[in-house]
Write a protein that binds this ligand. Structure first.
Ligand code: PMP
Length: 353
């Protein structure tokens, strides 16, 4: 008897964003602030009152209600996932028929394409313009001529930091016959006026994703949200595994979204810090003609430079982790101290090379 792994999985390696210990982690677009001691008391309380012997609420009612209330939508339009990562996999595997095509934009969040290789759906890549923006008319005609089943992209985008306007997104959704998944993981930083989260009932082909991993600062809880009309929501809810979100994450997430002032203040701080990081990087870009800084609508800044790898290695040697992607680096915004440390190190690297 013998068993061999199939071709699609036999050479895969488990996801590990970065190995090693770093004193400053600006590589994963997380929120670099943890919760204060007051909130940690609430966490203790939740743990002590948790029914560990019981399965979690499969419908996540409390959490959906507080999430929906924060964004001013109806909780009946919301499904919760074990991070948006689970939702991406779920939508691609359940909403695409055998052989149906996925379309992703390039560059974009790499997991969209990865999961399609597991579900064995062909993935069509639509290249962005030289300036990393999306030509929406061209995208519409590609989706229609390629007979796409699902179009998924992040808005604003990880890694570029750019976004298409609400009017452009609306035009796109109305002009294609496929399901459109708008991953708004970073929309908290750009502003709700650019989001389609409140408009899902106007469309039968739209799913909007949000996550608790970025602005809310709860990447550890693994909470992702799919917002769609009730028909689509019923389908997502029916295909997910019943107890996909654990009781602890449901309880803490629900408390966090109820604290609107805290969340709004946190968003404001992160946006201000990102502006500072952007402005400082722009200042450094004047020291060399090989360091182009892209504008950002997110909590990170994307930079094009041919010395990306050397810079990444140099920062690692200073115990600072950022993300290197080919000829680009992506730096997550952190606290004032973290920004100062990364800027000083980048400045040293550029002026000494
Ligand atoms: N979408 C985008 C665009 C992301 O950048 C990320 C995380 N880096 C995710 C989804 C995954 O988020 P989550 O932590 O909710 O799984």
């Amino acid at each position: 008897m013998s068993y061999t792994l199939n071709d699609k999985i036999k050479n895969l390696i488990p996801y590990e964003p970065i190995s090693g210990e770093y004193s400053i982690r600006l590589d994963a677009n997380e929120c670099t602030l943890n919760y204060d001691s007051e909130f940690m008391k609430t966490v203790d309380d939740v743990i002590h009152n948790l029914d560990f012997n019981r399965y979690p609420d499969p419908l996540c009612i409390e959490l959906r209600k507080s999430f929906a209330d924060f964004y001013g939508i109806n909780y009946k339009n919301v499904t919760v996932g074990n991070g948006s990562d689970e939702l991406i996999f779920l939508i691609e595997s359940a909403f695409m028929k055998k052989g149906e095509k996925l379309l992703v934009t390039n560059p974009d969040f790499s997991m969209y394409e990865f999961y399609s290789s597991i579900t064995e759906n062909p993935c069509v890549k639509f290249n962005k313009n030289e300036d990393l923006n999306i030509d929406v008319d061209k995208l519409i005609s590609t989706v229609n001529s390629e007979n796409i089943g699902v179009l998924i992209f992040s808005n604003p985008c990880n890694p570029t930091g750019h976004g298409i306007t609400k009017a452009e997104a609306e035009k796109l959704i109305k002009s294609v016959n496929c399901l459109v998944v708008l991953d708004e993981a970073y929309m908290d930083f750009w502003g709700e006026e650019n989001s389609l989260i409140k408009d899902v009932n106007n469309y039968d082909n739209l799913i909007v994703f949000r996550t608790a991993s970025k602005a809310l600062g709860s990447a550890a809880l693994r909470l992702g949200f799919a917002v769609a009309n009730e028909t689509v929501t019923r389908a997502i809810s029916a295909v997910k595994s019943p107890y996909n979100v654990n009781s602890f994450s449901q309880a803490i997430g629900s408390k966090l979204y109820k604290n609107k002032e805290f969340l709004n203040n946190r968003i404001k701080t992160i946006v201000e810090n990102t502006k500072k990081l952007y402005n400082e990087l722009v200042r450094l870009s004047k020291l060399t003609d090989d360091f182009y800084v892209y504008k950002t609508k997110t909590n990170f800044v994307f930079v094009k430079t041919s010395f990306s790898k050397e810079l990444w290695e140099f920062l690692k040697s200073k115990s600072i982790a950022i993300r290197c992607m080919g000829d680009y680096v992506r730096i997550t915004s952190g606290t004032d101290e973290e920004i100062n440390a990364v800027i000083n190190a980048v400045e040293k690297f550029i002026s000494e090379r």
